[in-house]
Structures are given as C-alpha cells and as structure tokens.
Ligand binder design. Sequence first.
Ligand SMILES: Cc1cc2nc3c(=O)[nH]c(=O)nc-3n(C[C@H](O)[C@H](O)[C@H](O)COP(=O)(O)OP(=O)(O)OC[C@H]3O[C@@H](n4cnc5c(N)ncnc54)[C@H](O)[C@@H]3O)c2cc1C
Length: 226
Amino acid sequence: MPSGELKYIKKSQLTKVALSSSKELTEEVYLISFKREFEFLPGQVIGISPEEDGPRRLYSICSGADDDEVKILYNVVKEGYVTPRLSDLREGDAIWITAPRGKFLYDDGPAYWISTGTGIAPFYSMFRSGLFENKRLIHGERFIERFWFSDELRDNFGDNYLRCCSQESDESTFNGRVTEYLKTTDHLPADYKYYLCGRAEMVVEARDILIGRGIPFNNIISEIYF
Ligand SMILES: Cc1cc2nc3c(=O)[nH]c(=O)nc-3n(C[C@H](O)[C@H](O)[C@H](O)COP(=O)(O)OP(=O)(O)OC[C@H]3O[C@@H](n4cnc5c(N)ncnc54)[C@H](O)[C@@H]3O)c2cc1C
C-alpha cells in the first residue's frame, strides 16, 4: 500500500498527478505509472488528459489494486490527440486523471479472459490483484515481442496462458489470431464466462464466434476500446 492516506477522487473532479515513469515497452506502446492515491477495483478505467483542460480518454488500469503505483498501458494512435502528447511526457511531468469507474470487473467463476493488444490491461490488473483462479488468459498480438508481461504470466498461469500470434510463430504460440483460435479449439465450455477486451473488430468477431459455438449471450462480457 502507498504511504499516507488514500485520497478519494470525486467523480466530477480531475486530479493532477506526476508521472513516476514512462517506458516505451515496444514500438509505440508505453507503460506509464504514477503513485496510487486512491482505491479501485481491478478491471476499472480512469480518464486521462495530458492537459488540465484538454480532451481526455479512458484507459484500463494495468496494475494491482494493492500496488503502490497505478500503471497504464497504451499504444500511440499517430493521428490521435491524447496518446502522441502522452508519449512526449517524462518522469515528473503532470497528467490529469478522473476517478476510477467501470463495470468490467472480476467474477469468481471459471472464465476465459480474451484480449488483443493493450486489451490485456484489465486482466493483468486482476492477475496482479491475486484474482486469477479458474481463469484462462488468451492474448492476441501480431509480433512475439508484443506479449508484454509474458514471463510473469507464464509463471503464474502455466498452461492457462495462451499467446496467439498472427504474424510470427514459435513453439510457444498459437499461430493465428485469437478469433482463429476460438473457431478451432475443442475446449469452449458453455458454462464458463467469456470476458473480451480490445478493439471493436476483435470483440464483435469473437462474440459472434462464441455465440455460433453455443456460448449463451449472457456469458459473454465485453469491454471495447474505441
Ligand atoms: C473503456 C475503454 C478503455 C480503454 N482502455 C485503453 C487502454 O487501456 N489502452 C489503450 O491504449 N487504449 C484504451 N482505450 C482507447 C483510448 O480511450 C483512446 O481511444 C485511444 O488511446 C486513442 O486516443 P487518442 O486521443 O490518441 O486518439 P483520438 O484523438 O481519440 O483518435 C484519433 C483517430 O484515431 C482513431 N483511433 C482511436 N483509437 C484508435 C486505436 N486504438 N487504434 C487505431 N485508431 C484509433 C479514431 O477513430 C480517430 O479517427 C480505451 C477505450 C475505452 C472506451
């Protein structure tokens, strides 16, 4: 836990925080962090703006509920407003954040956690919070170097961590997109929950595949990054 009292951030209020670090993990993908001075539930998002009065965007928290630092994993959208500005920031620079919110939350029962790209963030937050029993984590990316947190995830999830790589292959990855895996795997229990997180195209396609394979609509829970 961070030292000192945890502050409550009012829903309507923007709070200024100083970055403790900003690292480019792979090309155009950054992990930023700042001291945690509030509580949140793993899976929640915060709004972030690099300017006090500028536009803000939502980002899933990518760290554990008890970690000292709040981390955010984002990819730079070249023509975007917020992310190119965020990527110019360095340790000590300010960002403005909203209170955490969101209902894409952990559930006790057996589940598949299915993500692409930075959509792994809410699942990583749940995992870092010690909440990953009965969970199978599937992460899709184009290149092997973009499976951030792989060693830690493999050590903890074992065979329940699956990497789907669409542009490269090695013996430790499924060769193809996440959606390809969902079409071909034999193991899709109808009584599991299926959590989907990532860009709209993946979430919509994966949802259609799951429904087509007999998963009840109510067992599919989505968080779309748009
Ligand atoms: C609930 C939720 C949680 C999110 N969590 C995360 C997260 O943890 N990490 C993260 O990286 N993003 C996340 N996002 C996306 C994020 O909120 C922004 O949309 C994204 O960072 C782009 O912001 P921007 O201001 O740089 O681009 P904008 O100025 O918003 O967009 C400029 C243009 O780029 C297009 N565009 C927007 N996003 C993308 C994209 N990802 N790829 C390609 N084109 C795009 C837009 O359609 C628009 O035409 C989340 C979104 C939601 C709704």
